[in-house]
Design a binder for this molecule. Structure first.
Ligand code: ATP
Length: 319
């Protein structure tokens, strides 16, 4: 293997740049040529690649977003699009591809590997919805943004004895809500993995105020539904009108935490080393501090198990 390529795909996340930097610098360290693909699979289909050197990834480890840009590319969903992308890599003699993205991007990598392209997936998404890694790149930063926002809300809520509903991202995965909720002492955490009873949620809120709580926070994961709808249902039941804050895309921005930068750096270097060793079709992760590579087909066909232990802990501590 003489050269590799790297791309970022799907939703961006903090730490993607740190991962790109690690892939490029590690590849160069090992004497490989390395190419960056602009705009994910779209750039692969349109042959939008440029050769990288040490300086081309300077001053990015601390930046959110991705200097390679990202895209959601419909064309790549078709077998013709995938073949075109693979052909562009073959023509340039590129022997390996590192894909940094979420589960959709992993699906794409898995398709390319079936066409004979050696691929490595790095979990780049704030959602923490990829299995076979404790954390995805960006999750730690997204959670700390949520916690910071909830701290600010708490100050003003306590002054006014208010209740708040905070809606966070995560798609079908409740991990952002779970971690942010536990870390910020939310009274109720609603996640798509666990059924909830709105009557119970409402009466708990009423009881909390009756027992002297001066504020109440319900954290809801976007996969559960809209905060406004939950707020209406609570008002109908107990006459309290919780204010809704939707954190939205600010969760995806800003400088990555040191945890995300270190995770990205370790994973980027690991993916390159595995490609050099001849490995392929793996999703990379860190489990209990150890770097692991799992068959990418297995990664995309496995649902990440929900962390019930943390959920139950949050419940015990939020009375
Ligand atoms: P996030 O979880 O942060 O949204 P993601 O990687 O899951 O990121 P997607 O939009 O689902 O984001 O996927 C990114 C791109 O990967 C798609 O635009 C498409 O080009 C490609 N892709 C997704 N699913 C498939 C699939 N089943 N087969 C081939 N390519 C796919």
């Amino acid at each position: 293997i003489k050269s590799i390529a790297v791309l970022t795909s799907g939703g961006d996340s903090q730490g993607m740049n740190a991962a790109v930097r690690a892939v490029v610098r590690s590849a160069l360290f090992h004497g490989l040529e390395v190419y960056a693909v602009q705009r994910g699979y779209y750039g692969l289909i349109h042959d939008d690649l440029r050769q990288m050197d040490l300086r081309s990834v300077g001053d990015i480890i601390q930046r959110g977003g991705t200097i390679l840009q990202t895209a959601r590319c419909k064309e790549f969903m078709t077998p013709e699009g995938q073949e075109l992308a693979a052909e562009n890599l073959r023509r340039r003699g590129i022997g390996g591809l590192v894909v940094i993205g979420g589960d959709g991007s992993y699906q794409g990598a898995s398709k390319l590997s079936k066409l004979g392209i050696r691929t490595m997936g790095l979990p780049g998404t704030i959602d923490n919805d990829i299995p076979f890694t404790d954390f995805t790149i960006g999750f730690d930063t997204a959670v700390s943004i949520c916690v910071d926002a909830i701290n600010k809300l708490r100050d003003t809520m306590t002054s006014h004895e208010r209740s708040s509903i905070v809606e966070v991202m995560g798609r079908h995965c409740g991990e952002i809500a779970l971690y942010a909720g536990l870390a910020s002492g939310a009274e109720t955490i609603l996640v798509p993995e666990i059924d909830y009873d709105i009557d119970e949620v409402a009466s708990r809120m009423r009881d909390n105020f009756a027992h002297g709580k001066r504020h109440s926070i319900i954290l809801i994961s976007e996969g559960v539904g809209r905060g406004e709808d939950i707020s209406k249902q609570i008002t109908e039941r107990i006459g309290i009108d919780p204010r809704v804050t939707v954190l939205g895309h600010i969760q995806r921005g800003g400088t990555p935490t040191h945890n995300d930068r270190i995770l990205a750096s370790r994973l980027g270097d690991f993916a390159v080393r595995r490609l050099i060793e001849g490995d392929s079709s793996k999703g990379c992760g860190v489990i209990n501090g150890e770097l692991v590579a799992t068959d990418i087909h297995q990664v995309v066909s496995t649902k990440r198990p929900f962390n019930r232990e943390l959920y139950e802990l949050a419940q015990r501590l939020s009375q």
